[in-house]
Design a protein around this ligand. Structure first.
Ligand code: SAM
Length: 302
């Protein structure tokens, strides 16, 4: 009887299936990629991620049509399903510009905390993405409770950020603090960069595939909110690798407490079992903040 491969071997096989040169004719891959990127939902998705997913599906012996369908399904589960409403980014920025008109803008960089029209608009925009939508009731408490547990923070990473950078005014951090965020949609990254500039915030947002490229700058703290299950869904073992790769001594890692449709409760426990064993194996310390919609871990990588 053949022995089961050791975990490290399994990981190497999975990683190579995503990263190795495709095993199928190039024209099949180019056709699948073109079909994937021509879909309205995925036209601004990270092309390297789309290629890796399409390539892995073709390598299973699927036809171009089947591979495109399977790849769309993967991208839907890990990213597009969270988009509740497509934002018109230009429109949103025009609305922000008018909400920022003096006198509220006369307070210097960053909105004053009482800039109610700006905050109300940002709440409406965050409602367009399921993850920030669920977090709306927590905005006024979460960041103060979180940051009071941390040593002074001078820089932040926000990996697979979705629309989370729009919560920047609720974070007790100075406007000139470097904030680097990334996700897979180019148009969303462009919108968030323009949002930062309009608000007078330092930082930048880039289109990145966190499964392939974690050459992000180092920072004091990295947010990995509700993200690990999405990455694991595309590539098993991605969560553990990312936790180690991110160059930040403190990771803020969260897990949703219910399924996207809201049907399954207690999801956080399901997701956290392997996460907690990885933390223990690495010898890191973690404490948690529990909210009804989200379980947040503060991980000290020391
Ligand atoms: C559940 S949402 C969480 C969004 C945000 N972190 C929050 O909690 O508000 C998962 C996010 O992961 C992003 N994502 C999925 N695959 C990714 C990848 N390979 N690299 C970077 N981001 C990815 C999706 O686009 C989506 O915005």
């Amino acid at each position: 009887m053949q022995a089961a491969p050791a975990p490290a071997v399994v990981y190497a096989i999975l990683t190579s299936s995503m990263n190795a040169a495709p095993q199928q004719p190039d024209d099949q891959l180019e056709k699948a990629l073109a079909a994937l990127l021509s879909a309205r939902k995925y036209r601004s998705v990270h092309p390297g991620l789309a290629r890796a997913i399409a390539s892995a599906e073709l390598a299973k012996g699927r036809s171009v049509k089947e591979a495109v369908k399977a790849a769309k399904n993967q991208l839907h589960q890990s990213a597009a399903a969270y988009i509740r409403r497509n934002l018109n980014y230009d429109d949103a920025l025009l609305q922000l510009q008018s909400a920022l008109k003096p006198p509220s803008r006369a307070h210097g960089p960053g909105p004053p905390r009482d800039a109610e029209p700006v905050l109300a608009l940002l709440r409406r925009l965050m409602a367009a993405h399921a993850s920030t939508h669920e977090r709306l009731p927590l905005l006024d408490t979460l960041y103060s409770q979180l940051f009071q547990r941390l040593p002074p923070v001078h820089s932040v990473l926000d990996i697979a950020c979705g629309l989370h950078p729009l919560a920047r005014p609720w974070m007790p951090l100075p406007p000139d603090l470097p904030y680097f965020a990334c996700d897979i949609f180019a148009d969303q990254a462009d919108f968030l960069n323009r949002f930062f500039r309009l608000m007078g915030y330092a930082g930048s947002v880039e289109q990145r595939n966190a499964l392939d490229d974690m050459s992000a700058p180092s920072a004091d703290v990295a947010f990995l909110l509700k993200t690990l299950p999405c990455l694991e869904q595309i590539q098993s073992g991605a969560a553990q690798r990312l936790l180690h790769q991110i160059d930040a001594p403190i990771l803020i890692v969260s897990f949703p407490n219910h399924s996207l449709a809201g049907r399954k409760q207690g999801m956080a426990q399901h997701h956290t079992a392997s996460f907690l064993s990885q933390i223990e194996k690495a010898g890191w310390q973690a404490d948690s903040l529990t909210y009804s919609s989200e379980l947040i871990y503060i991980v000290h990588k020391t």
